[in-house]
Design a protein around this ligand. Structure first.
Ligand SMILES: [Zn+2]
Length: 289
């Protein structure tokens, strides 16, 4: 795995180019990767940046590449609705005169702010004509965000992974947009694709897709075990506790600065445990059962 930032455009697989643009994302990440896929018809994935200078850089990159190589930009694809992924969606739709494509649940969450021109469902195949025709397959991967899509490029089997995995930093799974049970199921589904590499939204290329996905799954399950152990310890006498009270125990190995985020993740684990009959909830207070 390379932690290297891909700020200057480069080709990470045949007909698969990437540029990292500065975005208001979660530290330690500072940039979001945008991808240009195809060598005839092309699509741009992740219209991420809201910053004007960075929008200019993306416009120049796309326009220069399209002109130099006589390409045709067909669409701009969204992985999900978070601001560090759609900050430039409306501006790039105008500037590049290309339609925005997204999952229906992403379109719903952007309603009134960003106009989506085409809804993409799980399994949709985006066929791109070119010297070597390319297919991008949309894979619905809820868990971090309800409408999250990954895109599998079927020649190289590179998987554009959005915010399901990260080359730098960690992935937030919290109850407002996320669902821990679905997140783990989606990671399993991604592993079953047999991708050759993962192209995350933040950080460098992840060369061993299988190893990274297994690590993510085992890491979450290990954390869940710690949340459950903390819950058992604190609720032995039948008293319910809040997710916040569990954090210093279940996340003792993480920096305190991350604890406000840990509270959301702990809640996502607790909701999963409740569905599995291993925890009970009463007015946002929890008990091990
Ligand atoms: Zn996100």
């Amino acid at each position: 795995m390379s932690a290297e930032l891909l700020i200057e455009p480069r080709e990470v697989a045949p007909a698969l180019r990437v540029i990292a643009v500065r975005t208001p994302t979660l530290p330690p990440a500072t940039h979001t990767n945008a991808f240009l896929v195809g060598d005839g018809d092309v699509v741009l994935v992740e219209p991420a940046t809201p910053f004007e200078d960075e929008i200019e850089r993306v416009v120049s990159w796309v326009e220069d590449t399209v002109e130099r190589e006589r390409l045709r930009l067909r669409a701009i694809l969204l992985t999900h609705h978070h601001p560090d992924h759609v900050g430039g969606a409306a501006a790039l739709r105008e500037r590049l005169r290309a339609p925005l494509w997204a999952h229906p649940q992403t379109a719903e969450r952007l309603s009134g702010r960003v106009q989506i021109d085409h809804l993409m469902e799980h399994g949709e195949r985006i066929e791109l004509d070119g010297k070597r025709p390319t297919v991008l397959e949309a894979v619905h991967t809820p868990g971090h965000a309800p409408g999250h899509l990954c895109f599998l490029e079927t020649h190289s089997r590179a998987l554009i992974a959005g915010d399901m995995v990260a080359g730098v930093g960690t992935i937030l799974v919290e109850p407002h947009d996320g669902d821990m049970q679905l997140y783990l199921q989606s990671l399993e589904a991604m592993d079953a694709l047999g991708a050759s590499m993962l192209l995350p939204a933040h950080g460098g290329v992840i060369a061993d897709a299988h190893e990274k996905l297994r690590f993510y799954i085992s890491h979450r399950l290990a954390r869940e075990a710690k949340v459950l152990a903390a819950l058992r310890g604190l609720t032995q006498n039948g008293t319910y506790v809040s997710a916040r009270e569990l954090v210093p125990i279940a996340y003792a190995d993480t920096p305190q600065a991350a604890w406000p985020f840990a509270q959301g993740a702990a809640t996502a684990h607790l909701i999963k445990l409740e569905r599995e009959g291993r925890a009970a909830q009463r007015a946002a207070q929890w008990l091990a059962i």
